[in-house]
Design a protein around this ligand. Structure first.
Ligand SMILES: [Zn+2]
Length: 285
């Protein structure tokens, strides 16, 4: 059994504000270690419950997606990190050989309130991302990609709003709530040392459920995927001329862009492009 773990930072135990997950924050070095230890808790639970292989993939967009402390991560796993990965850029290690997806330290979708650092792909750029008219988050991309490959989401850790959203995507998934969101940058936190015990126990339970075939891959969607991205700011000149050159994008109104894709990894790239499409002349994604 091979477990795929995507590790993000916004849902790590004890962290509530943007400066907690940015290199400029006073606690960034300590918080990297917290991220690493939350991942270790999930890795340890996975191996204890019978996993034979664990692949960890970094999902947090600071420092070119190299945030985990490589000297502290559990030596039994392997880690995928760095920018410019193929496919959806944060799912390079997810393939049909994986038995389950664990989302550690993840966060609720853009537009969620309360929801600690809730966003979808681009916090600064996107107010929310919709798929088929429904607001989605990064967890949805993992669930859908997992569905295409036959791999279920079996565990998440983060705040209660992430837990609620993952439960809708994968009803039998273990949801470990390490903090209760009170706003978008505030929450009531379980201290990390206790939260890690909960993550480890959740990972064990998740694998038990997996063995009993109670956790199933997402099956309710298939391509083409029709996205709408509600931008935080009006579309400027540079973005407008970039999008005019790319026939797959449609400007719906001055703050909304529609884009479709036949499969979800390309969909992710096309949505993510809108986070940097305001750079003059940048029309590659
Ligand atoms: Zn992140």
């Amino acid at each position: 059994m091979k477990i795929y773990i995507s590790v993000d930072m916004e849902g790590i135990a004890g962290l509530v504000r943007w400066d907690d997950v940015m290199p400029r924050g006073i606690d960034f070095a300590a918080n990297r270690l917290s991220m690493t230890e939350d991942a270790n808790a999930a890795i340890d639970g996975a191996f204890a419950a019978g996993a034979l292989e664990v692949v960890v993939e970094e999902n947090h967009g600071a420092e070119d997606l190299c945030v985990l402390d490589m000297n502290r991560i559990d030596p039994r796993c392997e880690v995928i990190r760095g920018a410019g990965r193929p496919g959806a850029t944060t799912m390079a290690g997810l393939d049909a050989s994986c038995s389950a997806i664990f989302l550690v330290g993840h966060h609720a979708s853009g537009g969620t309130f309360p929801g600690i650092m809730a966003h979808t792909i681009s916090y600064g750029g996107f107010r929310e991302v919709r798929l088929g008219g429904k607001r989605i988050g990064e967890a949805d991309f993992f669930a859908i990609r997992g569905g295409e490959l036959g791999v279920p989401v079996a565990l998440c850790s983060g705040d209660q709003m992430l837990a609620q959203q993952v439960s809708e995507l994968s009803p039998a998934a273990e949801t470990v709530v390490v903090k209760e969101a009170l706003g978008n940058q505030s929450g009531r936190c379980i201290p990390p040392s206790r939260a890690r015990g909960m993550i480890r126990a959740g990972a064990v339970r998740a694998i038990d459920r997996l063995k009993r075939r109670e956790v199933l891959p997402s099956a309710d969607r298939s391509g083409p995927y029709d996205f709408e991205v509600a931008l935080r700011n009006p579309i400027g000149e540079a973005m407008r001329s970039n999008l005019d050159a790319l026939s797959e994008y449609t400007i719906v109104d001055d703050q909304t862009v529609a884009v479709s894709a036949p499969e979800i990894e390309l969909g992710f790239r096309r949505v993510a492009y809108l986070g940097y499409a305001d750079r003059p002349g940048v029309t590659r994604y």
